[in-house]
Design a protein. Structure first.
Length: 229
């Protein structure tokens, strides 16, 4: 599901249910982070790292511990960029060589309406207005949840390039639907206008991030990829 949203230079591995948790060995450094973790947290932590290690193996990169760094961002081996996500019943990781992409972010969420009050906390007025238009056209999609996921993917792509916080209000995300997308597997593209000075990539200061989204199997998935050029 995630892989179909990403360019060919990115390797993605996903799991449904507890796929990946069974049979995944954690490094001692990773185990040390779970000494007080509840069983659910331990399963998710292990499963998503199982996905990440299989993705790294497909990329031709030796397995290594994946530890959270500043603000929880995963720390990848030198020369590798990547992103991980997990929600109830789903885990995924995507990796690429740093020579192929500047950054990437992935996120998955259950395809459910956001809890009360969350949309108002994360969305700009212009975004809320556009969601209303999308909902009138295609009411079967929980556009509020899709926007929330897109904001998460934007942040995951932003932070490795800047090492700075990006508030929900500092990116204005427009959601587009692919022509002819089916009812049961809708998809489209994303464009996030950065409302603060963007990162420098290849000598250029970026004003936008672009990405893709899909809704299928009871999940919303979004990706943002930042090329070098």
């Amino acid at each position: 599901m995630i892989e179909e949203l990403l360019p060919e230079s990115v390797v993605a591995v996903e799991g449904f249910g507890d796929d990946g948790a069974e049979g995944t060995m954690l490094y001692p450094e990773e185990q040390a982070l779970l000494t007080r973790a509840v069983a659910k947290r331990r399963r998710e932590f292990t499963a998503v790292r199982g996905c990440a290690r299989r993705a790294m193996e497909k990329l031709g990169v030796a397995p290594a511990p994946i530890l959270p760094g500043e603000r929880g961002a995963p720390q990848w081996p030198a020369g590798v960029i990547g992103s991980m996500t997990h929600c109830e019943g789903y885990t995924a990781a995507a990796v690429a060589r740093a020579t192929d992409l500047a950054s990437l972010g992935i996120d998955a969420e259950p395809h459910l309406v956001l809890p009360d009050g969350v949309l108002g906390a994360v969305a700009l007025p212009a975004e809320v207005a556009r969601l209303g238009g999308l909902g009138a056209r295609i009411p079967d999609i929980h556009w509020d949840r899709l926007l929330f996921s897109a904001k998460e993917s934007v942040y995951k792509a932003w932070f490795p390039l800047t090492a700075k916080w990006l508030d929900f209000s500092e990116a204005d995300i427009d959601i587009f639907v692919d022509p002819g997308a089916g009812v049961h597997a809708l998809s489209g593209r994303l464009r996030a206008e950065l409302l603060v000075p963007g990162p420098l990539v290849g000598g250029d200061r970026l004003g936008f991030f672009d990405g893709r989204w899909t809704v299928q199997r009871g999940l919303v998935a979004t990706v943002i990829t930042v090329p070098h050029g």
